[in-house]
Design a protein around this ligand. Structure first.
Ligand code: PGA
Length: 252
């Protein structure tokens, strides 16, 4: 089994002005200094990228955006391209977060285009999948995950699969304080990895990072992140506070 370095990603969502971003970084950088066995990244609002580009220079923390558009440039008012993110030093970009699926009409098909555009530009997409409470109660969890994976990643060759990260985020666990149990997370991650193996082969399944997201806190990080199929976390609420997020990064 390939060694997969854990990736701890903070998703600020629509939070923090530039001043607030600067204040966060000035504390957080020192708190996680010296951490080498985990990869740390912050996914922030577009305008905060300017602050991070400066504040995270020569640190062990990378950064990225929460969305992109698939075209390179042109008449797409309000949108941001992969190239623009690369020019700002972004490493990652989330695609298909459930809030974007819910409020902004993101579908597996638009995710597919966005992932393609991101990888072509050298960004690492963090492709978010996960079922709603209703879907879980109706026993549709695995069907939903399967469709999100197969449709979101349709037509990709090995180079694309190698370049991306998947995040399993059960929608009912996001921002609710109700994290999925270790058993639920273990089953979902194993299902996703199996699906990747069937579709794209063992080697790619072994190197693929699959993160868990949904009410990760300093208190439950250890239990969730020590599961063998869990390669890191996508952290929303708890990533807004430098101390809390540093604790999650340094879970042991
Ligand atoms: P949460 O959000 O940690 O606040 O539940 C996770 C996410 O939406 O990525």
């Amino acid at each position: 089994m390939a060694m997969r370095k854990k990736l701890i990603a903070g998703n600020w969502k629509m939070n923090k002005t530039q001043d607030e971003a600067r204040a966060f970084c000035s504390k957080f950088v020192g708190l996680v200094k010296g951490v080498q066995d985990r990869e740390i990244t912050l996914l922030v609002p577009f305008v905060d990228l300017f602050v991070l580009q400066d504040a995270l220079t020569k640190t062990n923390i990378s950064y990225g955006a929460q969305n992109l558009f698939w075209e390179e440039k042109g008449a797409y008012t309000g949108e941001i391209s992969a190239q623009m993110l690369v020019a700002l030093g972004c490493k990652f970009v989330t695609v298909g977060h459930s809030e974007r699926r819910q409020f902004f009409g993101e579908t597996n098909e638009t995710c597919n285009r966005k992932i393609k555009a991101a990888v072509k530009s050298g960004l690492v997409p963090i492709y978010c999948v996960g079922e709603t409470l209703k879907q879980r109660e109706d026993n549709q969890t695995f069907d939903v995950l399967k469709a999100q994976i197969l449709e979101g990643l349709a037509g990709f060759n090995a180079d694309f699969i190698r370049a991306l990260v998947v995040a399993y985020e059960p929608v009912w666990a996001i921002g609710t304080g109700k994290n999925a149990t270790a058993e639920q997370v273990g089953k979902a991650h194993a299902f996703i990895r199996d699906g990747i193996e069937k579709e794209f082969g063992t080697e790619l399944a072994n190197i693929m990072k699959i993160l868990y997201g949904g009410s990760v806190t300093p208190d439950n990080a250890r239990e969730l992140l020590s599961l063998s199929d869990v390669d890191g976390a996508l952290v929303g609420g708890a990533s807004l506070d430098p101390e809390k997020f540093a604790k999650i990064v340094k879970f042991d």
